[in-house]
Design a protein around this ligand. Sequence first.
Ligand code: PEP
Ligand code: MN
Length: 346
Amino acid sequence: MAATGSPELLIVMDKRSTQAQVEEVVARLAEAGAHARVSSGRDGTVIGAIGERALLSSLPLEGFPGVEQVLPILKPYKLVSRELVADPTVIESRGRRIGGGFFGLIAGPCAVEYREQTFEAARAVAAAGGTMLRGGAYKPRSSPYAFQGLGVEGLEILVEAREATGLPIVTELMDARHVEQVVDATDVIQIGARNMQNFSLLSEVGSVGKPVLLKRGPSASIEELLMAAEYVVKEGNDQVMLCERGIRTFERATRYTLDIGAVPVLKRETHLPVIVDPSHAAGRRDLVAPLALAAVAAGADGIIVEVHPRPDEALSDAAQQLPTSDFADFANEIRALVALMGNEIG
Ligand code: PEP
Ligand code: MN
């Protein structure tokens, strides 16, 4: 349920506290006009107290039975922070998992172009052990003259590809006017880099019951990415994964600069899964495997990679898509390193 006000205090319950004591704290907060967000993990229960700071500080929280200590949440992002939820969030869709030791191997074409192209890619991804199928039906293009995606027809092709392979689908929602059609069709809603700070769109997907894949804006700081995720979670949807996809720097050898350091920083700051898109970061297919392996080694919970049966004919991002014929070898390399990191493909 969406809560108003900001979570300002962290009420850490004693390890031996009872369920009744937790409920009592929640009830006392509600009585005073505040809200509670209870999170029970391996290290015990913490309650995020949500409300006006002045109101919360007037309550004798430390004296409530079962309360060990009360701490202020200092970071500007609250619900996504590790302070509030110590255990990693695991995102599930159609039996596939990302986060908490489960690695998501998401792959597929940049854009859905036509049925057979998408099916060829989907079959290759499924056969190589990929866990989800990506593909854009609505494409954010720098040029208004470039291929803009097939729209509803693209969504229908993705749904058929899911039926054929069993792979959950990931597709981008670009416009609030398309929420219903995209959300109905897709399993995971992608919010693209250019929409990372489209706050009304973020709030919109926050009230939807499907996981969100939120890409970092090319000029957005890590804190801004976390604040964007906070917009989604605040509305009640905590199934959010963050995606580092390269940022804009002075470097021109790659399309963007993959900020690999963002992965361990995000993993420390948030309980949400963190994935990497090496394809858009690199902009060229020969760099996709090394960047993907770097992402695994840095502790990412997954990768999202572009593959196409005939990349040279692709209507968008031709230079960076891996040929489907190379995908099985690529997936094997990734799988080996994921295992070495002590994780498994989800
Ligand atoms: C995409 O993944 O299809 C895409 C357009 O990427 P980004 O939003 O990161 O540019
Ligand atoms: Mn692309």
